[in-house]
Design a protein around this ligand. Structure first.
Ligand code: GLA
Ligand code: ZN
Length: 715
């Protein structure tokens, strides 16, 4: 009986049970990469045969095979070569490339090319090009310039993908598909063209049913915006003043869904034509929020993310943010992204692109330090990756990414990190299956909510208030408590967690409030901070006192909410949070405790001695309101206090800059130790272990080299 890859996925996942609902890579079907059974990880490279003289393909494939690479991802930008004019499909070159790769047992992930429509297409159909937030139409010449709603663009994207699928469905080299490329990332992530406007209007008609309902939900009586026909509804382009917040939030939702439904068209086709292949797409993860990735990945087989820590480093320096964010920011941001990737589908995720050298388009990022690429690879696996594709094999001598270094330099010599990558692949293959299949342990959840993120971007309340920054700094504060973190959505189950953090939960719906209420009633610890429950789903301010629907659970009302500018504010902690006064960054919710206990008070101005932090016992659980925007060490101290209160016991105490994750299966346990600092670090181990990399026993204190890694198996 023929069992498709997807059916296998489902049945094997049931067999594996709870936390990992799917097997790691090598179980997924007939076209397995080399070393099935031994190597459950995909360890590949992003490759561009389309940009490489054919005479070099064989050498490339041979070198990849010698280096132990299992697979490539190819063709995601090769539309013009595959369809040089409309309806004229040319796959011979790609077939030859696949033959060479297959000869060396390199498996192939094929990318559909819709992220870069060719010139003939934009000349024939100029209105497929998107219109940006200022109402200007972009120009072709870069990439990611197309409108997700446009029917012609959709038709032609589906057509080329369908032809590819037909041509390669039976190719023994192909194992799966990447649809498009980084739908989340573009210079203007929303389109405001007439097609999008029409699409928005029909989406609104379906969502609201009647104009009366829509007018009511948005409060269109304000500024004479009452609509008497869906065709009158605008998109939020510049119009003399700020748009209606309800309309603007719905537009974010619509654009996010337009991208998801664009992807779904290709997905449906691939499911039919290539049932034996996996299908995914790649994106950068949090804190970028342009598309709701929960929806985007819903029907895909697994999540795939791209990871460029050095590029982030360069961006932060360029924006002058690096020193204020601190050295831990980047490792934390990557860990957050990985945890989000794993949590989205509660299964292993793939790193589709991993930085291997200096990265950039017009400027270079720093060269990763020796050991850092290995460290980033282990970090991904530690958080639940099923594989890593290094970006990219060679380095282009032409095109916009000449500065994006691959494993080979411009002259095809080995890059400074080449040997490190090959060594890492070898090590990762030798870890054995058990640790990789063992579920990641997370007793803490951090809520990331797209509605809150979008609504707050529309009306931040304080120019410096960014939802993504809040999530990242809370993640960073939870991390030193050294427990595993799942990054969940507001609709996800909370019961499995000892403590749930929901920073700036600005939009709270009735069902979400109910979920939180019963979680706390049943013994959970819920921690929120300022701007909690301010908005309804339609981005109207709630009618009752803040925190709106959660007033009973939190046991407080918000007496006043205070953006902070030149007049600073601080917080004095009471005994259980004892420690130096905390600085209050950009916001202070001043609390009136009803039944809640006060754990911190403001120190200055008209709010001196008023409550800043409260703790409320509600049912069998506790609800904490952190009204102050605490920064740095005081946020970390407060967070640690509450994780401890929730019974979260970190497996070990690691020095600053050393991260760890825990895997557990039955009574077996593993700890990944990751040193993100350029210094050696000592870590006191909580028992006897064996390092799966060095194969040496480790007890007492273990030393981590600069950027060093250990994968410890408890013995
Ligand atoms: C992205 C893309 C790739 C390439 C790399 C380097 O994340 O997916 O196509 O552009 O970054 O720029
Ligand atoms: Zn559009």
């Amino acid at each position: 009986m023929f069992v498709s890859r997807r059916e296998f996925l489902t049945s094997a996942s049931m067999a594996l049970g709870a936390a990992w609902r799917s097997p790691l890579w090598s179980e997924v079907g007939p076209n397995m990469p080399p070393h099935p059974g031994e190597n459950p990880l995909l360890l590949g490279v992003d490759y561009y045969p389309d940009q490489t003289p054919e005479a070099l393909w064989e050498e490339d494939a041979r070198m990849m095979a010698e280096g132990g690479l299992t697979n490539v991802r190819i063709a995601e930008f090769a539309w013009a070569l595959m369809e040089p004019e409309e309806g004229n499909y040319q796959f011979d070159w790609l077939r030859r490339a696949l033959d060479v790769l297959h000869k060396y047992k390199i498996a192939v992930i094929l990318g559909t090319p819709s992220a870069a429509p060719p010139p003939w297409l934009t000349v024939h159909y100029p209105d497929i090009v998107e219109v940006n937030e200022r109402g200007e139409r972009l120009r072709p010449g870069g990439r990611r310039f197309s409108c997700p709603t446009n029917a012609t663009y959709r038709r032609l994207s589906l057509a080329i993908a369908t032809q590819m699928a037909g041509a390669f469905r039976d190719s023994p080299a192909v194992i799966g598909w990447q649809i498009d490329n980084e739908l989340t990332l573009g210079s203007s992530p929303r389109c405001y063209c007439d097609f999008c406007r029409a699409g928005f209007q029909s989406w609104l008609a379906a969502k609201y049913g009647s104009l009366e309902n829509l007018n009511q939900s948005w409060g269109t009586v304000f500024w004479s915006q009452h609509y008497t026909d869906f065709a009158q509804i605008p998109v939020p382009l510049p119009s003399g003043a700020d748009p209606n917040p309800g309309l603007a939030l719905d537009y974010d939702r619509y654009q996010s869904l337009a991208n998801a439904s664009f992807l779904e068209e290709q997905l449906r086709m691939l499911r039919q034509t290539c049932p034996q292949h996996f299908v995914t797409t790649n994106n950068v993860g949090l804190p970028l929020d342009t598309i709701d990735l929960r929806t985007l990945y819903q029907n895909l087989d697994f999540v795939a993310f791209d990871n460029y820590p050095g590029f982030v480093d360069m961006l932060l320096e360029q924006r002058g943010q690096a020193s204020s964010l601190g050295a831990d920011f980047i490792p934390n941001a990557i860990a957050l992204q990985h945890d989000f990737g794993r949590s989205l589908k509660k299964k292993p995720f793939l790193i589709m692109e991993e930085q291997v050298g200096k990265a950039g388009q017009s400027t270079f990022s720093p060269q990763p330090e020796k050991g850092q690429i290995r460290l980033w690879s282990y970090q991904a696996v530690a958080h639940g990756a099923m594989g890593i594709n290094y970006f990219r094999w060679d380095t282009a001598t032409f095109g916009a990414e000449q500065y994006w270094h691959g494993m080979l330099n411009h002259d095809r010599s080995k890059s400074p990190a080449f040997d490190e990558i090959i060594q890492t692949i070898k090590e990762l293959k030798s870890l054995g299956r058990e640790v990789l299949y063992a579920p990641y342990v997370a007793d803490v959840a951090l809520v990331f909510d797209y509605d809150s993120s979008w609504a707050l971007k529309i009306q931040p309340g304080h120019y410096a208030l960014r939802y993504g920054n809040q999530i990242t700094s809370w993640y960073g504060a939870i991390s030193p408590a050294h427990t595993g973190i799942d990054v969940i959505g507001p609709a996800d189950d909370l019961e499995n967690y000892k403590i749930v953090f929901a920073p700036v939960a600005y939009v709270i719906t009735e069902p979400q409030a109910q979920k939180i209420r019963s979680y706390v009633e049943n013994g959970g610890v819920f921690v929120a901070n300022f701007r909690l429950g301010v908005k309804t789903e339609s981005s109207q301010i709630v009618h009752n006192s803040l925190p709106g629907l959660l007033r009973d659970v939190m046991g407080v009302t918000v007496a006043d909410y205070v953006p902070i500018y030149s007049l600073k504010q601080a917080v004095k902690f009471s005994s259980i949070l004892a420690g130096a006064d905390g600085e209050c960054g950009i916001w202070a919710d001043v609390l009136n405790p009803q039944q809640a206990e006060v754990l911190g008070t403001y120190t200055s101005g008209q709010y001196a001695s008023r409550a800043a932090i409260t703790l409320h016992s509600f049912g069998k659980g506790k609800a904490v309101y952190v009204g102050a925007d605490l920064t740095g060490p005081s946020l970390a101290r407060v967070v640690r206090n509450f994780t401890r209160m929730a019974g979260v016991r970190p497996e070990l105490e690691a020095p600053a800059g050393v991260e760890f994750t825990v895997r557990r299966l039955g009574n077996k346990q593993w700890i990944f130790l990751l040193n993100h600092t350029p210094q050696r670090q000592m870590v006191k181990l909580p028992g006897n272990f064996r390092d799966l990399i060095s194969r040496q026993p480790e007890t007492g204190n273990t030393e981590l080299a600069a950027y060093g890694v250990r994968v410890l198996e408890a013995s």
